[in-house]
Write a protein that binds this ligand. Structure first.
Ligand code: DGJ
Length: 727
């Protein structure tokens, strides 16, 4: 068993591969957090240092709640730090007092009703602990669920609220987890940005008070990702202690760190309490999303690899979890809305001649969609553009040897659409208020997925299209933040549930569609990486990383994304130059080398390539087919950070360490410099590696400890990719 309980000391000890997490029940029933960090074989609670850590002596009954480290702290009984939950009673009071009631330990990991979560395939992969706390006055039960994995330094947590009382309870704040640290001598790391600038890495020292990232846009957002980590001060990619918190949720979230008067830090993470409440009548329950907590004593790189492996193997599901992903050509940046059937077929044909495997028809194929002003909701092919119909186009593209993929934005409706004219109440809205759908909302409204009838209609129309043509891939887009969040179907006391009910509806729809079409590869998108989160990855195993396709900008975006998400989940395409988002001109090799670090594809008019470019593209496609098992399933190590200088480097290494792909990028050329060496990571020191195409054989230790020499380049935006193979 990975979890033990000592009745004598009232201690739960959760042990993962190289990590301990310890909980103690105090004499008065409070549940104290004792420790989270590297493995401790045995803990002795008579040991003074631990008692002072907890500031609690089991023999002394009076102690200060404001300093007790706790597993799930309450509001209103002497702890003035930010609480893990907040609940309102019918009399208006928001005080509750949870005490320990019982526990359960069992093998395996339970499913979370209606919510995405990591999973096990066999019960011996993980053990689960459930601790039940009760508030005697109200009958509120709170079950803290912890799962510890055998092969990963991971603990997942989620919390269930059950109303066993006689009155209605209103949940105002329901964090998935709360962790009290013994110090605040950490840096906080967050992934923040904007549209086309997703997931920049920010790192800053903790200071007294609250520091937080959140989203109130309705979805996880490009502005903040549902992830934070605390890093010990010396932490870099290879060294130092890291505590990661990644929320498996796609809606409004909060990740906050509260540093108290004694400079101790508390982390809370879960659904954003802003504009949230949830009414539980007697007998009802509420389950929070899961948070995946990773511990590493070997730096940020090790934390990332733990997330990568867990999310690749035990979050993503379906046929494509273990399958190499196809190289695609998408027509969006090639044509935008302006295409004909002939044009599409020409691009697909050019793609098939270059060895590309999948053609993706993006926005503009349905209704009267010649701009983003109309037709979302009218999912019938536009016969002006596709006179022979979608079915025939799919067949023609298939006959060229390519699989066919298609774009949807199923959660949206254009005010100028037949769907909206028929069902004006089907979008999120608040009675008598104007519905924001201007340019900044891309002229569209958000369908109300908190409603079952709306969800059913999405499943119906998508299924119709997917079953009537041989479609192998779906790009599931979502392009506006939610405003006027309210639902016509909910009574006033339930209005603040709308945003979370939307997410639950979305998960239901995604679950239904992906299970009805298990052979289809689904890629999610939200104006690029606006909903790149673990919740969506559970249903759709890849995500369009960013609408910015410029190779240099992509260095930062993909590097930042790799802090949590595996390369196999990142869509990365070569696009035309000058780049459409920022006008930069980079060469085809560098564009290819950047995109080959993810799920590779092209997004330009292949019919316009010069003969020279065609040769390069053909070669890139060939190379990617040879290396994709390394990129998509290997271990990823970050070597040089684009956030810290002019150069970027990374390496992917197969699990058996026999093959690797190293990439190096230099943004601006410099005059009069000596050659540099980059020290590789992740290789086997005693293995001899051939550097393919260079007529060189080097040992792993030489490549890692002395490094590999980078040839001097005399142009901006240069790059090089080496392939290493055991000899
Ligand atoms: C936003 C996506 O990120 C783009 O790739 C493209 O699909 C457009 N939407 C289409 O409207």
């Amino acid at each position: 068993m990975l979890i033990s309980y000592s009745e004598e000391e009232k201690i739960f000890h959760l042990k993962a591969a190289d990590m301990s997490y310890i909980i103690q029940i105090c004499d008065d029933g409070k549940i104290a957090h004792a420790y989270w960090g590297r493995t401790i074989k045995n803990i002795n609670f008579r040991n003074k240092s631990i008692i002072s850590t907890l500031n609690y002596d089991p023999k002394v009954t009076s102690f200060n709640m404001d300093v007790l480290p706790q597993e799930y702290p309450a509001y209103g009984t002497g702890d003035f730090r930010s609480p893990a939950y907040h609940v309102q009673l019918e009399n208006g009071s928001t005080i509750s007092n949870l005490v320990y009631n019982s526990y359960k330990i069992y093998g395996g990991k339970p499913k979370l009703e209606g919510l995405p979560a990591t999973y096990v395939e066999n019960d011996d992969e993980a053990d689960t602990l459930e601790i039940t706390m009760i508030d005697k006055l109200t009958g509120l039960n709170v079950v803290l669920t912890y799962t510890v994995f055998k092969n990963y330094n991971v603990i997942t947590r989620s919390t269930k609220f059950i109303n066993y009382g006689r009155e209605k309870l209103k949940l105002l704040k329901v964090m998935s987890a709360s962790v009290d640290f013994d110090s605040s001598n950490y840096d906080m790391l967050q992934l923040s940005g904007s549209w086309a600038r997703e997931k920049s890495i920010y790192r800053h020292a903790l200071v007294p008070g609250i520091q937080a990232v959140d989203s109130a846009r309705g979805f996880s957002s490009a502005q903040q990702n549902p992830f934070i980590a605390l890093l010990s001060k010396n932490t870099d990619e290879i060294n130092g202690e890291v505590f990661g918190f990644s929320l498996v949720y796609s809606g409004n979230f909060l990740a906050e760190v509260y540093v108290d008067q004694f400079l101790k830090a508390r982390v809370n993470i879960g659904i954003n309490p802003f504009d949230f409440s949830w009414v539980m009548t007697p007998g009802e329950s509420f389950r929070t999303p899961e948070v995946v907590m990773v511990y590493s004593k070997n730096g940020l790189g090790d934390m990332s690899r733990t997330y990568h492996k867990l999310y690749r193997n035990r979050l993503c599901r379906g046929l494509y979890r273990d399958k190499e992903r196809p190289i695609l050509i998408n027509n969006w940046e090639a044509t935008y809305f302006n295409f004909t059937e002939e044009k599409i077929k020409d691009i697909a044909k050019a793609g098939s001649e270059l060895g590309i495997e999948l053609f993706v028809l993006d926005d503009g194929w349905f209704g009267k969609r010649n701009s983003d002003n109309c037709s979302l909701g009218d999912w019938v092919e536009d016969r002006n553009k596709l006179p022979n119909g979608l079915h025939k186009l799919v067949k023609d593209v298939n006959d060229m040897g390519l699989a066919f993929g298609i774009w949807f934005e199923p959660e949206m409706v254009s005010p100028d659409s037949d769907l909206y004219r028929k069902h004006q109440d089907w979008c999120l809205h608040v009675s008598d208020r104007e519905r924001s759908s201007g340019k900044h909302q891309r002229n569209q409204l958000v369908l109300d997925l908190s409603r079952k009838d709306v969800c059913d209609e999405i499943v119906r129309f998508m299924s119709e299209i997917l079953k009537n043509a041989n479609i192998s891939y779906v790009k599931w887009d979502m392009n506006r933040p939610y405003t006027e969040i309210g639902s016509e179907k909910l009574s006033s006391e339930h209005q603040r549930e709308t945003a979370h009910r939307y997410v639950l509806g979305l998960y239901r729809v995604m679950d239904e569609i992906t299970s009805r079409f298990p052979n289809v590869l689904f890629e999610s998108c939200a104006s690029g990486g606006g909903r790149f989160d673990p919740g969506i990855l559970y249903y759709m195993s890849q995500t369009w990383t960013s609408d910015c396709t410029d190779a240099v900008e992509r260095l930062k975006i993909q590097y930042g994304t790799s802090v949590v998400y595996p390369n196999i989940s990142m869509g990365a395409h070569v696009s035309a130059c000058p780049n459409h988002q920022i006008g930069r001109i980079t060469d085809m090799e560098t564009r290819g080398n950047v995109a080959m670090a993810g799920n590779f594809g092209y997004e330009l008019d292949l019919t316009k390539l010069t003969e020279e470019e065609k040769i390069i593209v053909k070669k890139q496609v060939e190379i990617y087919k040879e290396i994709r098992h390394i990129i998509q399933f290997g271990d990823f190590y970050r070597i040089l950070s684009p956030f810290e200088g002019n150069e970027t480097s990374w390496i992917s290494v197969t699990e058996d360490k026999k093959e690797a792909v190293v990439s190096y990028f230099k943004v601006l050329a410099e005059p009069n410099i000596l050659p540099i060496r980059i020290k590789l990571q992740g290789l086997d020191p005693s293995t001899m590696y051939e550097i393919i195409g260079e007529d060189m054989i080097c040992s792993g230790d030489e490549l890692m400890y002395i490094g590999i020499e980078v040839p001097r380049e005399t142009k901006d935006f240069s790059s090089i990719m080496w392939r290493l193979k055991e000899v």
